[in-house]
Write a protein that binds this ligand. Structure first.
Ligand SMILES: Nc1ncnc2c1ncn2[C@@H]1O[C@H](COP(=O)(O)OP(=O)(O)OP(=O)(O)O)[C@@H](O)[C@H]1O
Length: 256
């Protein structure tokens, strides 16, 4: 039998999206391999979010193909895509409010996703939720608290638990540490890095923060004006940027 690790998990071909005359992203192509973390970097308005939304099936591109394990996700019906989104895929939003149900307890937020993939045993669901709260460093005594009783960092960790409890293969992350204090960011990054490694996750990570990209991403794609202008191994791109724009991006961060 063919080893799935010998084939890309995701194949993206010539993906383009315009908003009227404005460019979202243009002719983006890449492969994502099992267990690989791909960082998409670029300044504000470079097309990162547009690309991520198209990849995750939240926005219809004008042209191009996205193949997940060989299946064209853009050709899939809505029910099939929704199933994928709650089984094999996960999406971590910058704002935890976009990825959590604020009126449901922490345990409920995690358990709900398990129920969406068919779990029915209340005891087992609660046990899994407790285990996952522990994995994201939330005390088990907080299981019945609502997310709004949590700090921003805790909310983000809860969103991560909710996303990862079903052991997805591919996780989309949109500025997962954005909007948090630097010390909270560092702790979250550490946690994320451990989970990604332990679970062998494939990740597409959008960030404008090159320090985040450096810590999490194996490979980087640099976007400018909707185009991918440079890509390569993270260290290679950040230590020896080729495109003038990337050089600027790297040096402006170094001056901070
Ligand atoms: N819904 C929309 N309608 C019209 N234009 C849009 C829309 N969404 C994005 N754009 C435009 O598409 C281009 C790319 O935007 P996009 O949000 O993808 O960039 P980004 O790199 O994610 O920026 P940021 O880091 O600020 O989120 C920008 O010129 C933006 O103004």
């Amino acid at each position: 039998m063919k080893d799935l690790r010998d084939t890309p998990l995701l194949v993206v071909e010539d993906l383009s999206k315009r908003y009227g005359a404005r460019i979202g992203c243009v002719d983006v192509s890449f492969d994502l391999w099992p267990g690989e973390v791909l960082g998409i970097v670029g300044e504000s308005g470079s097309g990162k979010s547009t690309l991520l939304s198209c990849l995750a099936g939240q926005l219809a591109p004008d042209t191009g193909r996205v193949l997940y394990q060989g299946h064209d996700t853009l050709e899939m019906g809505e029910p099939q895509r929704r199933t994928l989104a709650r089984t094999d895929w996960a999406f971590v939003h910058q704002n935890p409010r976009d990825g959590l149900r604020m009126g449901v307890s922490a345990g409920g937020n995690v358990g709900e996703r398990l129920m969406a993939v068919g779990a029915r045993n209340y005891g087992a669901i609660r046990e899994a939720a407790t285990d996952w709260l522990g994995r994201v460093e939330i005390d088990a005594t907080r299981i019945d608290d609502r997310p709004r009783q949590f700090s921003g960092g805790m909310q983000q960790r809860l969103q991560i638990a909710r996303n990862l409890v079903t052991a997805p293969k591919l996780v989309f992350m949109d500025e997962p540490t954005g909007g948090l204090d630097v010390s909270v960011q560092a702790r979250l990054l550490d946690l994320l890095r451990g989970l990604v490694r332990d679970m062998g996750l494939s990740v597409i990570l959008v960030t404008h923060d090159l320090a985040v990209a450096r810590l999490l991403a194996d490979r980087l794609m640099v976007m400018q004006g909707g185009h991918v202008i440079e890509q390569g191994l993270t260290d290679q791109v950040l230590d020896d940027p080729q495109a003038p724009y990337t050089q600027l991006l790297v040096s402006s961060v170094l001056q901070v």
